[in-house]
Design a protein around this ligand. Structure first.
Ligand code: 9D3
Length: 254
């Protein structure tokens, strides 16, 4: 039987070895082993045909820093696109860059509609603007802090996409919880021992009363979100039951 990948990603990167962190660990590794996901790297260095295999060049206008050389980048991109099975108009070419829109839960869900992605991870000061205009469909950032390149952001994006694929998460309960993703922060978690440095696990979690436990966890999730990330609460509509639990939490707090 020919296995249909649920996600194929062709990554253009000068540091393909970084991607073993994604492809050889944890959930993402298992998804690849199961045949759900395919990740293939294309290194512009392999397409640099000058004697020294140069992949950077000086910026017009001068100044510090280098820019990725266009020809090796373009040839690596072409190889990446040719590798993917879907026609070009069904592929998405994504450039990870500090100038991109900030990735969030919603944008991940939208990107998840595409089964063939080309991810371009930049190095140095980035790539030639004309390359972006001609070849890139979407530009995404993972946040307002300076990284050394687009590889970690590309892996962040891939990890977020992979874990929401049906069958990617081994434990059915965790998968259900994840797909039931509600836009709230998580509740607190506890494991053995029952008393740690004199501090007891919340009594309700030892009660065996699953309804009470579920309610407590939802109340904690709502309360912690209100305390730490009130901006998240503004993005979602709470049920009447959730409104009631949040009110309880806030009253118990003061
Ligand atoms: C210190 C260099 N900066 C000069 C003003 C600009 C700059 C160029 C290249 C800053 C970072 C980078 C490399 N970063 C990425 O390629 C990147 C990134 C990031 O740095 N933060 C958050 N998301 C992303 S996505 C790609």
């Amino acid at each position: 039987m020919t296995q249909e990948y649920m996600l194929q990603a062709a990554v253009v990167t000068l540091f393909p070895e970084m991607f073993v962190a994604l492809t050889q660990s944890g959930i993402s590794r298992r998804a690849i082993d199961k045949g759900l996901v395919d990740v293939q790297c294309f290194n512009p260095r392999d397409y640099a045909m000058d004697k020294h295999r140069t992949v950077d060049d000086r910026p017009y206008g001068g100044g510090p820093g280098m820019v990725m050389r266009v020809q090796p980048l373009q040839d690596a991109l072409q190889a990446a696109r040719n590798y993917l099975p879907m026609p070009k108009d069904k592929q998405r070419v994504i450039y990870l860059s500090p100038q991109g829109r900030r990735l969030d839960r919603q944008s991940i869900n939208t990107l998840a509609q595409h089964k063939n992605l080309v991810l371009i991870a930049g190095r140095y000061e980035g790539v030639d603007e004309r390359f972006i205009e001609d070849e890139v469909d979407e530009e995404w950032s993972i946040g307002d802090y300076v990284l050394s390149g687009g590889e970690l952001p590309a892996m962040v994006l891939l990890d977020a996409l992979i874990r929401r694929l049906p069958g990617a998460i081994g434990d059915a309960k965790s998968a259900e919880q994840d797909s039931f993703e509600n836009g709230l922060l998580d509740c607190a978690h506890y494991t053995r021992p029952e008393i740690l440095n004199g501090r007891k696990v919340p009594e309700v979690l030892l009660s065996g009363d699953h309804k009470r436990i579920e309610n407590w966890r939802m109340k904690q999730a709502l309360g912690r979100t209100a305390d730490r990330r009130p901006d998240l609460l503004e993005k979602i509509k709470l049920t009447d039951a959730q409104e009631a639990l949040l009110k309880e939490y806030l009253q118990e707090q003061k």
